[in-house]
Design a protein around this ligand. Structure first.
Ligand code: ZN
Length: 345
């Protein structure tokens, strides 16, 4: 192993990412070193590329970006006894503290001291990544590297989808980005009856229909109420998953839900957004904000479902060598792609 590596760095406080040579990270006694094989480009990475207000506030200039990865362990810290050199793995990108009440009660994903790989701490868009052994998720043979590289966003989808019981329920998903599409596939897999997914982007709706057995609805052209009538839905959807951060989508979801319906919110609205709270109160709707993945329950569930036939591979629309990363980011920014996986081997 040489002691330098290629890494995609937020080198300047302006739009873009830059490929640089960086030292291979040194690991501590409780860490492992992972040789990265595949990485996924996330919406978060697009914010960092664009250098929007959030990124400027959050990401230090000079940081190695990226948090969706699969690779292989090549070095073990001296305290690490339960992992092996050569183990294929992905990993949780939230680095948690161990002091908060939430952490000490095992709700690791709710720890307020959490720091993000590729957001606050050196990331996975590199040939090597240092990761606490605690965060490593070994991959079974049934999960190859490109699926391993998108377990982070699949985890968001699974966490959102499993927020409420979906067996026999009618589900509305607003926002057909990769996470919305994967959530639709999960809802189907676990036994929802009708799964309707809405967007205004025809490419994304076409991709949704390709990945999962769902009803895509372009709300710019079709009337959701008419679709519901056609499906024979008497009252409305039982469960909603809001994945778009779009105000009109949330309004439409509240309107289309049954009395006592439940909503899981993963989409992030741009700033404060007006909500018709009285409608939510009078419909007795439960709303849950979803953050990250449950560490490590969501990982366990998604790996088990993948082993049991959950198929989300078609959500990967582009595969490219990491040297073509500019093309990857431009494609992603166009909104005309699903997941894009970069190959570091
Ligand atoms: Zn991500």
């Amino acid at each position: 192993m040489t002691n330098m590596m290629k890494a995609l760095v937020k080198a300047k406080p302006e739009p873009g990412l830059w490929m640089e040579n960086r030292p291979v990270p040194e690991i501590g006694p409780d860490d492992v070193l992972i040789r990265i094989k595949k990485t996924g480009i996330c919406g978060t990475d697009i914010h960092i590329w664009n250098w929007d207000a959030w990124a400027e506030r959050t990401v230090p200039v000079g940081l190695i970006t990226g948090h969706e990865f699969a690779g292989e362990i090549v070095e073990l810290g001296r305290n690490v006894t339960d992992l092996k050199i050569g183990q294929r793995c992905s990993g949780e990108g939230h680095l948690i503290g161990k002091h908060s009440r939430q952490s000490r009660s095992g709700k690791f994903h709710l720890d307020p001291e959490t720091r993000g790989v590729g957001v606050n701490e050196p990331g996975a868009f590199a040939q090597y990544l240092r990761l606490p052994a605690f965060n490593v998720v070994p991959l079974p043979d049934a999960i190859d590297d490109e699926i391993g590289a998108i377990l982070d966003p699949l985890g968001n989808a699974v966490h959102t989808a499993l927020s409420f019981d979906l067996i026999g329920e009618d589900v509305l998903i607003t926002g057909a980005g990769p996470i919305g599409i994967m959530a639709a596939a999960v809802a189907r897999h676990v036994g929802a009856r009708h799964v309707v997914i809405t967007d205004v982007n025809p490419d994304r709706l076409a991709l949704a229909a390709k990945v999962a057995d769902v009803v895509p609805v372009n709300v710019a052209q079709e009337d959701l109420k008419a679709v519901m009538a056609k499906l024979g839905m008497v009252q409305g959807f039982d469960v909603g998953m809001e994945m778009s951060g779009n105000q009109a989508a949330l309004d439409q979801m509240v309107e289309a839900l049954v009395m006592g319906g439940r909503i899981a919110l993963l989409g992030i609205p741009p700033g404060k957004s007006p909500v018709d709270w009285s409608r939510i109160v009078f419909k007795a709707i439960t709303i849950k904000g979803v953050y990250g993945r449950e560490i490590f329950e969501t990982w366990y569930k998604m790996i088990a479902m993948l082993e049991n036939g959950l198929d989300i591979r078609a959500v990967i629309t582009h595969r490219m060598k990491v040297d073509d990363f500019r093309e990857g980011f431009e494609t992603m920014r166009s909104g005309k792609s699903g997941k894009i996986v970069l190959d570091w081997t």
